[in-house]
Design a protein around this ligand. Structure first.
Ligand code: EPU
Length: 423
């Protein structure tokens, strides 16, 4: 297992390009299962999660070929309906094949995802939605066995605007008979990207990007060519890194309109930010101001940037308060930040961050994708060389994070770790 060695104190400057959005690409790959033929998805990031989704599709019989970041998914032989625990346990998002499998084969066997590092992450909302559409479930040997001899449109009101439930239900509803309405739907840009591809494939969808999505089921889907939107969380991670380390960077291809609240908060923290159709520029000269924020479903502040912001605010000139509303245990990495000299107390889903002048390097672990990015950001500001282990978590969501930060002037390198990974 590799580790990252980061020596703090270098300001960042230059230009970095944002890759395609992980959380969009994964769902577009699953959606390719709906059409018979070759679907071409451009701008797919080379990250471990996309490779895992590629394995999921191959396991279902699809043929995949890569040309740079362009992925072709051929579904002629995709007759499989089973996704094993080995893959679902590597990446919970594998369960997003449930919707397309029910749509195409009226059957699916997907291993139940286990626990993960950011809360229990149930899938009850996905299943309730499918049940309303006529699906039946049973559990055997760790597998969820789903059948839907007839898949019909339904009124589905989500208790919470779950991203995964909205996407999974959407991908089944496009092939159901009649009309499905999803109320309290998630509004993330990735959902709009998925709906855009589905519409291109022949689906009839109104209201994606709003809280009510109406879907009129259709019979067949065409394979299409679609380009993944830029990753707003990756762009935000670079923006926060520049604010923490100080300096001025351009984040090419970042879409400011997907990052409104994040950019507002960084301005409140003291950053100078400009954006246009080429990307976003971020400059920061001093220690950040303290800020308060709460995470919420889009267009609220994204939970996927909460750990990185926590790392930034740990050296703010005062006390910040943050509230995590999306995941129940997304503060586990706080102990790692405190090992670097941060002064953060958590109580339930609130965190009080008393800014210290400087963090000090220590051996720390990446606990999940975003917590790992937070450790890297903390290390960029720390006094000395920080060793970050369990970097496989970072590799799930960021392609060559160290190379791209190094190109901005950070002192960061990857080394094989002498220790086995601790999860
Ligand atoms: N929830 C339920 N029941 C459900 C579904 C969700 O109770 O059936 C709860 C979850 O336990 C959680 C909350 O609802 O507390 C939000 O979950 P959601 O379903 O919205 O999240 P997700 O689809 O599992 C996606 C992203 C996450 C991102 C969240 C929130 C993908 C592959 N993952 O997860 O991304 O944090 O939406 O925006 O799209 C990451 O990229 O690092 C990451 C964790």
């Amino acid at each position: 297992m590799d580790r990252l060695i980061v020596t703090g104190g270098r300001r960042l400057s230059g230009t970095v390009r944002v890759n395609g959005a992980k959380n969009s690409a994964l769902k577009l790959m699953a959606a390719a299962l709906l059409a018979e033929g070759e679907t071409v998805i451009e701008n797919v990031p080379h990250i471990a999660d996309c490779l895992t989704m590629a394995e999921v599709l191959e396991g279902l019989g699809a043929g995949l070929s890569w040309d740079g970041t362009t992925l072709t998914v051929s579904t002629q032989g995709a007759h499989g309906v089973e996704t094993p625990y080995e893959l679902v346990s590597q990446m919970r998002a594998s369960i997003v094949v449930l919707g397309p499998l029910l749509a195409r084969h009226r059957r699916a066997m997907v291993a139940m995802p286990g626990g993960c590092n950011i809360g229990s992450r149930k899938i009850d909302l996905h299943l309730k939605g499918f049940e309303r559409m006529g699906a039946h479930f049973s559990y055997e040997h760790g597998f969820l066995n789903a059948t839907a001899p007839s898949l019909r449109g339904a009124m589905i009101s989500l208790d919470f605007p779950s991203v995964g439930a909205t996407e999974n239900i959407l991908m089944a509803a496009v092939a159901a008979s009649g009309t499905t309405v999803i109320e309290n739907a998630a509004r993330e840009p990735e959902i709009q990207d998925l709906a855009a591809m589905l519409v291109q494939m022949g689906a009839k969808i109104d209201g994606a990007g709003t809280t009510t999505i109406e879907i009129h089921g259709v019979d067949g889907f065409l394979p299409v060519r679609h380009r993944v939107i830029p990753d707003r969380i990756e762009a935000g991670t670079f923006a926060v890194a520049a604010c923490a380390a100080g300096g001025a960077i351009s984040i090419e291809s970042a879409r400011a309109e997907h990052m409104d609240l994040v950019l507002d908060k960084l301005v409140e923290a003291g950053a100078g930010i400009t954006g246009d159709d080429r990307g976003v520029r971020v400059a920061m000269a001093e220690r950040p101001n303290p800020i308060d924020f709460v995470t919420l479903p889009y267009p609220g502040f994204p939970t996927d940037l909460q750990p990185q912001m926590m790392a930034l605010l740990s050296t703010a000139r005062g006390t910040s308060i943050l509230t995590e509303n999306v995941f129940e245990s997304r503060f586990m990495f706080v102990d790692e930040l405190n090992r670097m000299g941060a002064d953060i107390r958590t109580e339930g889903h609130h965190a009080v961050i008393r800014g210290v002048e400087r963090l000090s390097a220590a051996p720390v672990r990446a606990l999940d994708i975003r917590a790992g990015a937070a450790m890297v950001i903390a290390a960029l500001t720390a006094d000395g060389a920080t060793e970050i282990s369990n970097i496989h978590h970072v590799d799930r969501g960021y392609e060559d994070l160290e190379g791209r930060l190094a190109s901005l002037g950070a002192e960061i390198r990857r080394e094989p770790s002498p220790w086995p990974a601790a999860h």
